[in-house]
Design a protein. Sequence first.
Length: 706
Amino acid sequence: MSDAADIVVIDESAVSSGAHSRVGGADLRERLPRSVPDALRFEPGVFVQQTGHGQASPYIRGRTGQQTLMTFDGIRLNNSTWRQGPNQYLFTVDARSVASLEVSRGGASTRWGSDAIGGAIHVHPLEPAFEPLSGTFFRPRAMLRAGSADGELGERFQLDAQLSPTVQVLTGIGFRRIGRLRSGGAVHGDNGTIPQVPAFESDGATMLGTGFRELTWDGRLAARPFGTGAKDVRLIAAAYVYRQYDAPRTDQCPPPFAPRSECLRFMEQFRTLAYVGAEWGGESLPRGRVVLSYQRQHELRRRDRPGSFIVNGGRDDVDTLGVLATADSKRISFAPWLEASFGGGVDLYHDRIASMAWTRLTDIATTVFDPRGQYLDGSRYAQGGGFVSATALIAQKLTLRTGGRLGFARADAPADPQSGTAPVARTFTPHAAFLQGELALPSSFSVVLGWDRSFRAPNLDDLTGRQQSGPGFQFENPSLQPEVADTFEAGVRLRSLWLTAEAWVFQSFLDDAITRSVRLAEDCPPATPQCGASWNRFRLVNVAGRSTIRGAELTLRARLGAQWTARGTMAWALGDGPNPQPRPSDPNAAYAERVPLSRVPPLNGTAELRWTDTEGTVLRGVFVGGAVRWALAQSRLAPSDYSDARIPEGGTPGFAVFDARLGYRLDRRFVFTVVAENLANAPYRYHGSSIQGAGRSLLAGLEVGL
């Protein structure tokens, strides 16, 4: 493990001074999350949906997918094929290579560009240790993990090495094998109905369409070219490889009303990220960073339909080149009562798409290639922009922050006459800005008021994609315009020795919101038989009028004496917008001018209690804790939610899940943790998910190293 005091720390405004939270290394070790998204379940304003056992998508303030931004070490993970709804891509970050996570709630497009409407999640990787007085060292570490609910067994072998006082390396390799997940049973909809998704084995608890295999590798090299005395300059070279195999999409394995033998699987869900960069900042230099990155997202899908003697296949590859440069000045004193600092940067990401699809006729051993894939082969997408920011401290009491961005996005896709696909050549030039004030009050209080304008430019999934979504089949709209969100928020903070508390309220207005609109079978594009064969069909549209999401969040952290700590969160959001469906021709037909937004989470929260021996007794290093996650029922459904088999009839029931934790830590050499999940064996699912949560079970983690 690295010592954060010994490395160059680059603050790229990864987390705004507005509503935000952090998941530290101790949280990751003690909660034993199954994935990076799973590690966010105890963060305020974050609600994690799962379409599959090997997939998860966090909602921030009621938004997910294309409307939230993910970064890894400051590098954008979102690309031009991210979907309108939940996606699986944050799952492809290995949680065992992560040092911490940070969540910024609310718009963040000024710093991060397109997609950061609901907020941003920033993943910070493990760093190699830097000990300039220690000379050369090699510190191996083994991490073992097991879970009873799904037969999980995983390992990671890691080496932290200092090759010289100026060169450090951290590398690791891991694998996991995960079987079918056993839940507490099925949830029930109105009148006791059991949803079509997921399908269960004969025990009524173990779910079909779950389980996967996973391989990971990562390597990180840090060098200080000007010697150990110059801690403020560092060169970085890093690579992160994730390989997931045979991961079913639970809501399509089997699909609703289909034979149990039908199944859609991600046979290969790969992500590769490599980058080089330079970082500087410290006593002698202002902060700055330059990074050049390459990323590949690869998917190989297979849908088995043995009753029809058909196997549908598809492959998509997205190659992304990226460059970013940021700089922040030191604080400058203009007067005894006024200090200010300034920052800015530029970024550019370019995607190239390879996409194909085919049908295998198993009875005659023949493969027929479709006219086009999920996307158009050879499509390109570029996005980026430049931003500036400024922070002023007035009379040591009032902090003002402001900034702006001029962005751009360019989409190019070829025509495909056989499938009725029109060419796309679109350029968008959206902009973003924010203004925030924070006033420090007596008794450790502060008040924050802020406004943010963020945007999302339509990507290739919106403009060209054809795919099976949860509610049905979705096809493209090449005429979409960017969606723009104005968010107003107010917060109160209390920070004292024994208590930290934050309370936030927000209101977000979304113009030209992109959402699904129901279509008929005759509206399906040519050469797309899966569209006509679907129960429901959708096309993305910009709705006329303004959509809104309003909500509130509360976070409490308390030290209850020297040995006890407690933490609690609560979040609520309510969203509605113009009805995307045209008014029926029959004037007597029921029609609502405004409808709920899709899959906005219900009122939910968490609570954690922890005891650790700090008195130096024989129990020193032991911790004991408990946790509860809860959510009320969500019955406010959007029109497309009623046809979504992942949502029980009438909405998703509420739940309360209790966990117990026990662990022991001996310095950094030995860490052992056990989590007893879902002590009451309650059947539950997060709203919009395809899978139930784990039933009563154990998770165990062991770390042994030098």
